[in-house]
Design a protein around this ligand. Structure first.
Ligand SMILES: Cc1cc2nc3c(=O)[nH]c(=O)nc-3n(C[C@H](O)[C@H](O)[C@H](O)COP(=O)(O)O)c2cc1C
Length: 288
């Protein structure tokens, strides 16, 4: 299954790209509208991209009234990415989405551009779990001391799956002025530099939880996607690559099949967890 990474595709302006994905993931929606951070919001670096969008979005009211119906009209399976600044805000949005015909909710508990709530993973997931029966994925930051422990916290609080990883904090300076290129100074680093970080996070979270995982981080080719599957992802998402190559989903899907069969796997998913050897972990379930 190939998804887009949240915030890296606007399905309403590029429906033809959304149709090449198995799932469209929305940009993170928060309770109130947010204008986002001051410009400049995007900067290139040698190994990827820095962004400081700051969760710009129309807020849940306008999203449900206006954006979501148009997304559903596209006929693509939709996951809604949900954000907030406290557990009750996540719960509030999940309750609003509970009766909408969406396939899943992805809880963004990891945005590095707002005050970081990693330590609140368990609280946020538990609050969301109590508010909705929808499939819940917890999207975690790699910038925690022990991503396996964060994954376990999400699993015990009732997450059905995990998305790994979000961006990590980075800084780019203007070559001449030596001032930060981005308006807010630092931003979130995405793209190729994230690849080994995402692989390590997926590897650890699979071992720790056995939950379904969407691998995200620097995927540009089918071989990159296959590596995430081998590390323990059951699906993967394309992020930064979509800005340069909107046709990446079609290309990557073809490459994925080829790369899997070149390594003797009948299907790409036959390589699931191949990096681990040994028996699979027993999936963790919610603590009653
Ligand atoms: C411009 C931009 C906006 C993003 N917005 C969001 C967002 O709203 N919510 C979220 O969970 N992640 C967001 N992300 C992070 C991506 O979903 C993804 O986790 C990250 O970019 C790593 O994947 P990549 O290296 O393939 O881009 C954003 C990334 C970029 C580059």
């Amino acid at each position: 299954m190939i998804l887009n990474a949240s915030g890296c595709l606007d399905a309403l302006t590029a429906p033809e790209v959304a149709h090449t994905l198995d799932v469209f993931v929305t940009k993170t929606v928060t309770p109130l509208p947010r204008e986002g951070n001051q410009p400049v919001r995007i900067a290139e670096t040698d190994f990827g991209m820095l962004n400081s969008i700051g969760l710009a979005n129309p807020g849940i009211d306008r999203f449900v009234a206006d954006t979501l119906p148009r997304l559903l009209d596209l006929g693509v399976s939709v996951w809604v990415s949900v954000g907030g600044f406290a557990a009750h805000e996540y719960a509030e949005i999940c309750a609003r989405l509970d009766h909408e015909p969406i396939a899943a909710i992805e809880l963004n508990v990891s945005c590095p551009n707002v005050s970081s709530p990693e330590e609140e993973v368990e609280q946020i997931v538990a609050a969301a779990r109590a508010a909705t029966t929808k499939t819940l994925y917890a999207k975690l930051s790699p910038s925690v001391p022990d991503v396996g422990a964060a994954a376990v916290a999400a699993a015990r609080a009732g997450a059905d799956g995990l998305t790994l990883v979000n961006t990590i904090r980075g800084l780019a300076l203007d070559e001449l002025t030596l001032e930060p290129k981005l308006g807010p100074g630092v931003g979130g680093l995405s793209g190729p530099a994230l690849r080994p970080i995402a692989l390590a996070a997926v590897f650890a979270a699979y071992r720790a939880t056995g939950l379904p995982i969407v691998g995200v981080g620097g995927v540009e080719t089918g071989a990159h996607g296959l590596e995430l599957i081998a590390a323990g992802a059951s699906a993967f998402a394309l992020g930064t690559v979509l800005f340069a190559d909107p046709e990446a989903p079609v290309r990557v899907r073809e490459e994925l099949e080829r790369e899997a069969s070149a390594r003797g796997f009948a299907t790409p998913l036959a390589a699931y967890a191949a990096a681990h050897g040994g028996p699979p972990p027993t999936p963790l379930r919610r603590v009653a």
